[in-house]
Design a protein around this ligand. Structure first.
Ligand SMILES: [Zn+2]
Length: 90
């Protein structure tokens, strides 16, 4: 039986197939919730929901979309924001 602290359901069970063909359960901490749009609250696409220790190994370009408000606002909200900005300028 596994360690007592790992028997809790606060950790998720990941089934790993080992090189020998057998399957073993790994107990990992649960993933964080998905990033949401700061304006409308829709879940953002193109952003991985990984724990910070996994996130640090990703390239900056893999962490959020490369556009204005990328990783903060959804595509439709950022479109409106950009339009709003250029209407104010002219
Ligand atoms: Zn939005």
């Amino acid at each position: 039986m596994v360690r007592k602290s790992l028997r809790s359901r606060s950790r998720r069970r990941v089934y790993k197939r080992l090189p020998g063909g057998s399957v073993k359960i790994h107990y990992e901490k649960r993933k964080p919730s998905r990033a949401v749009c700061g304006n409308c609250g829709v879940t953002l696409k193109g952003i991985p929901n990984l724990r910070p220790n996994k996130m640090i190994h990703l390239a900056k370009t893999k962490k959020r979309p490369e556009r204005y408000f990328g990783g903060v606002l959804c595509s439709s909200c950022s479109r409106e924001k950009i339009k709003e900005f250029y209407r104010k300028v002219q």
